[in-house]
Structure formats: C-alpha cells, structure tokens
Ligand binder design. Structure first.
Ligand SMILES: NC(=O)C1=CN([C@@H]2O[C@H](COP(=O)(O)OP(=O)(O)OC[C@H]3O[C@@H](n4cnc5c(N)ncnc54)[C@H](O)[C@@H]3O)[C@@H](O)[C@H]2O)C=CC1
Ligand SMILES: O=C(CO)COP(=O)(O)O
Length: 323
C-alpha cells in the first residue's frame, strides 16, 4: 500500500530540510511556499537556493504555491516561525481542518504566551496536533547527516505518526509531553542568545558553561512548574537542543547574541526565535524565576547595558548550588 503524502507548509530552511529527508526516503512530499517566484525558482533550479543552497530537491518533492495542494495530505508539517503560525493557521483553517498538524517551530507566541500546539488548537478547534523539535540544524538534516529529534503529541496515534515521519537519517523519539518538549525548545533559544552574548563580549567559555547550567536550571524550573516531565527536559528537546544551540555558530540565536556581545548590529533578516520568546516569557515572569530570560529581554530592549547584563548574568548572589 502506498504511504500517505506529507505536506510541508513553509519553505524556509527547516521546512525544506524536512521535505528533502522525507522525499529522499521515498515519500511523496509537497512543499508549500507562499511566494510564487520562489516556487518557480525551486522548480527550475531543483534547489532552494535562498535557504539551502547546493542541496538538490529529490524528484518526489513537489514545490507548490497552492496551499490547498499541500494541505490535501493527511499529515502536515507547519515549518514557519512561531510568530507567524497563528496567521497561517487562521487564514488556512478550512484547508488544515481534519489533518494531523505537526508544529515544527520553537517559541512562545508574543501577546498570548501560548506554545505552537496551543496556538494551533485555538485557531483550529479539535485539531490533532504534535510537535517536532530537538537538536538539528536544517543543513545537517538536508545533507543526510544523522539526527535525532523528539516527536511529542498528547493525542492518540503517536506511534503511527512516528513511523510516518522517521527516515533513515532522522531518528524520532516519541513522548506525550508536548508541553515539556515545546518549553525546552522555546527556552533554549533564549539561553543561546545569552550564551552568544557571553562569548561575544569575551567573557570566555567557562562563563558560558556556567550560564548554560543556570539556563538549564531556569528551563527546568519554569517547565516543571507548568507540569512538564523532568525526563523531557533532560532529553533531546531540552538539554540536547540547549547544548547544540549554545555551542555552535551555525545557530542564529547564538550568532544574534554574539553580535550584541561584540557591540555589533545583529542581522535583522534572520529568523531568531529567542528574541520574541524572551519578551513573551519576560512579560509574564519575574527575574527571580526567570533571571536569564528577563535579562536577555531587557538587554534586547536596550533597558540594560552590556556591563549591567554581565553582572546580572554572571554575578548572582552566592548560594547553595541546588538553589
Ligand atoms: N533552521 C534550522 O536549523 C531549524 C529551525 N527550526 C525552527 O523552524 C522554524 C522555522 O525556521 P526556519 O525554517 O529556519 O526559518 P526561515 O527563516 O528559514 O524560514 C521561515 C519560512 O516561513 C515562511 N513563512 C512565514 N510565514 C508564512 C506563512 N504565513 N505562510 C507560509 N510561509 C510562511 C517564510 O516565507 C520563510 O520561508 C523556527 O521556529 C525554527 O526555530 C527548528 C530546527 C532547526
Ligand atoms: O533549533 C535549532 C537547532 O536545533 C536551530 O537553531 P537556530 O534557530 O538558533 O539557528
């Protein structure tokens, strides 16, 4: 029996990489981009030069500018930035209804404080949702390098979905803790900005390790207070992604922080999820429970200087390590 087609909505770096690995594994995949010119270029050149230059699109991958064509598939991967997810879901609610919707984004929505699956469930009542998250750079997935991710869904049918989305290069670990998986993925971007600031400002790798440790404690504190499972946070979508994003210059969040730490202007054209997520969480939190997040938000808004941020980041009051 032929396996169902998969629709990927959003032809950025991550959506294109996921479409490529699935198509390479023999799946029929349609990749929706809202920009017709981009679709024409992908069809004629056989690559997504804007986001993943040099990686060929397999023949079973069909770029399309018709959302209904991609959304005809029973499983849809929504690979757009968190802050644009609601608009996509609301404007295409009819086409998305009745499908399995897999959020492939990491962040917290500004204003509502909601996580991606919560946004989808609000925009499309009764939606069957999941989230695909964890440590992976799009370029690694696209090039067929081995990657392990978390597939999280609180709905039934997780095993079947796992079987549909796993590829030889993309190993998927299943959990029902969609809350923990999403909070880990959202917060690690904020900590990665802070890690970039620390290195960019020349505070050194030892300071970054201290910051990552405190950042991880912050992720655990917030997520567990909301009911996430500790093992989720210790897994790929939490600790795993924190390590990758805080230690690689391939990360846009890390590079964003690095530029700020160096006193340079960050590249405003990139998707840097941690910026809005920091503001969203800081709006709702306080510097006792979310010290790094609140500091990153204040630094990004220009409310504290780099020197003040350094003190806040690295010179916390002496106390017991477990505190
Ligand atoms: N790039 C990476 O290595 C990874 C990215 N992610 C996550 O994937 C999500 C997307 O990031 P990227 O693909 O890297 O960003 P990107 O900036 O490369 O692409 C975002 C794409 O979304 C499209 N888009 C925005 N609003 C849309 C709408 N309403 N309808 C259709 N398309 C729309 C844009 O045109 C753009 O092509 C983010 O949440 C990111 O954290 C997750 C893992 C790895
Ligand atoms: O989420 C990612 C790695 O897992 C990609 O990180 P950036 O969005 O910082 O590039």
């Amino acid at each position: 029996m032929e396996r169902p087609e998969i629709g990927v909505l959003g032809a950025g770096a991550f959506g294109t990489a996921l479409a490529i690995t699935l198509a390479r594994a023999g799946r029929r995949v349609s990749l929706y981009a809202r920009d017709e010119a981009q679709v024409d270029r992908m069809r004629t050149t056989g690559e997504n030069a804007a986001r993943l230059p040099g990686v060929p699109l397999p023949p079973s991958l069909r770029p399309t500018a018709a959302v209904a064509e991609a959304a005809a598939a029973p499983i849809l991967l929504l690979a757009v930035p968190t802050q644009t997810l609601r608009r996509l879901a609301e404007t295409q609610a009819g086409a998305l209804a009745g499908r399995t919707l897999v959020a492939c984004c990491k962040g917290v929505e500004l204003g509502s404080g909601l996580l991606p699956t919560e946004v989808l469930e609000q925009a499309i009542p009764g939606a069957r949702t999941a989230v695909l998250t964890g440590p992976s750079f799009a370029v690694d997935i696209a090039l067929g390098k081995p990657t392990a991710l978390t597939l999280a869904t609180a709905h039934r049918g997780g095993e079947a979905l796992q079987a549909e989305l796993a590829t030889p290069d993309l190993r998927l670990y299943l959990t029902e803790d969609a809350l923990g998986a999403q909070l880990g993925g959202a917060l690690k971007n904020v900590i990665a900005i802070a890690a970039g600031v620390v290195l960019g400002a020349g505070f050194g790798e030892s300071a970054r390790a201290a910051l990552m440790t405190r950042g991880f404690a912050e992720i655990q504190r917030l997520a567990e207070s909301r009911g996430a499972l500790p093992e989720t946070l210790a897994g790929l979508s939490g600790f795993g992604d924190l390590v990758l994003t805080c230690t690689s210059e391939k990360s846009r969040n890390f590079r964003h922080g690095q530029a700020i730490g160096r006193g340079e202007l960050p590249d405003g054209a990139q998707t840097v999820e941690g910026v809005m997520t920091a503001h969203a969480l800081a709006a709702d939190g306080d510097s006792d429970t979310l010290p790094v997040t609140c500091m990153v938000s204040a630094l990004l808004k220009g409310q504290v200087s780099l020197d003040e941020a350094k003190d806040l980041l690295l010179s916390r009051p002496l106390r017991h390590e477990r505190g």
